[in-house]
Design a protein around this ligand. Structure first.
Ligand code: 2U9
Length: 346
């Protein structure tokens, strides 16, 4: 019986050593230590032994059970540890690998130019006023000295919603609204940025929807020289301190006298090139002294108050500044175009 127990121990231990997974260990435990296993069977048969041998044999049987059980526990622990190590090896994260690039957005080039212009005028003491894009005929035309029969009011040129309501064709109605709010008391010093709409066929230089920034200053003793000083400061800050400006006579229904302002060409310095079409000058904006009729319509005494106004197209300014050849680039959301204006690249 002793030899048989020893042999079973040897057999079990060698099987345990050879086992390569948890399942095998579980099977060995059932096979050798289970209720129907050989050791239990042998110990059950101890009754046939002489009485003096029984305790010794019982002790040996229990010792062998304990040895096999310890070996099984030990191997089980080893296998579990190996399984964890294997899993960790497979799931290792290489922290030095480059991450997935995050696509970062940036401000639209038009937004940037508008904000730059706004900042320049805020620096000269102007406030920003914004207003509705759907306007009444009165504020869009009538209050700006564009009476009923004026050619600019042709139904073909504007987006009318009803006979009396339209998409604003310029930001000027907001200047009229602001003056009205001031109830005849100056000073008024605002710039009005915003989207405007005209019925036009889109091409490289025209769009049915575009952006304007207009300015207005009304006060006592506001003169043409004030307009010139403000616009000159703007031109130099925007296009370089070495720029010259020139004012040419022009016509707008809401200003009298009216002017157009050119800057000396930033590409050739005035020599003449393709950017300035050989003239040495580039047209940037229009302006003038607010027409007395326009002041009166919005509640200002034109004998006491005078004012200047001006208007510009940020698309045109951005196109000149960044060499953009087609206005439609601003509206078609091609990321290849938009990405070029990423602040970190400049
Ligand atoms: C009020 C009084 C006067 C606004 C003005 C211009 C001249 C002008 C255009 C330039 C290119 C608009 O973007 S553009 O198409 N504008 O030349 N705008 S004076 O004068 C006003 C406005 C409101 C009450």
């Amino acid at each position: 019986m002793k030899e048989r127990l020893q042999a079973l121990k040897e057999e079990a231990v060698s099987k345990i050593e050879e086992a390569s997974n948890v399942k095998e260990i579980q099977d060995i435990r059932v096979a050798y230590l289970g209720k129907k296993g050989p050791i239990t069977e042998i110990l059950r048969g101890m009754g046939k032994l002489p009485a003096e041998e029984r305790p010794k044999m019982g002790q040996l049987g229990n010792e062998i059970r304990a040895i096999i059980s310890d070996k099984l526990d030990e191997k089980m622990e080893q296998l579990e540890k190996a399984a964890v190590a294997e899993k960790l090896k497979k799931e290792t994260i290489d922290v030095t690998m480059p991450g997935r690039p995050v696509q970062k957005g940036n401000h639209h080039p038009l937004t940037r130019v508008v904000e730059e212009i706004e900042d320049l005028f805020i620096g000269m003491g102007f406030s920003i006023a914004e207003g509705p894009e759907v306007e009444t005929d009165y504020y869009n035309f009538e209050a700006l000295n564009l009476p009923k029969n004026h050619p600019a009011r042709d139904m073909q040129d504007s987006f009318y919603i009803t006979e009396d309501i339209l998409l604003r064709t310029h930001t000027s109605p907001m200047q009229a609204r602001t003056m009205e709010k001031h109830e005849g008391k100056g000073p008024v010093k605002i710039i009005v940025p915003g989207r405007v709409y005209r019925r036009d066929t889109d091409d490289a230089t025209h769009s049915h929807q575009f952006t304007q920034i207009e300015g207005l200053m009304v006060g006592e003793n506001v003169r043409m020289s004030d307009l010139k000083g403000v616009l000159q400061t703007f031109a130099k800050e925007m296009f370089g301190q070495e720029r010259e400006i020139r004012l040419r006579p022009s016509f707008f229904p809401f200003t009298e006298p009216s002017v157009e302002m050119d800057i000396s060409c930033f590409n050739c310095g005035g020599e003449g090139c393709s950017v300035c079409k050989g003239t040495g000058w580039i047209e940037i904006l229009g302006g003038g002294m607010v027409h007395p009729h326009v002041l009166e319509m919005s509640g200002f005494d034109s004998k006491k108050y005078t004012g200047f106004a001006f208007g510009m197209g940020p698309e045109r300014i951005a196109m000149l500044k960044y060499g953009i050849e087609d206005i439609r680039n601003f509206y078609t959301n091609d990321v290849r175009f938009l990405k070029q204006f990423n602040r970190v690249n400049q």
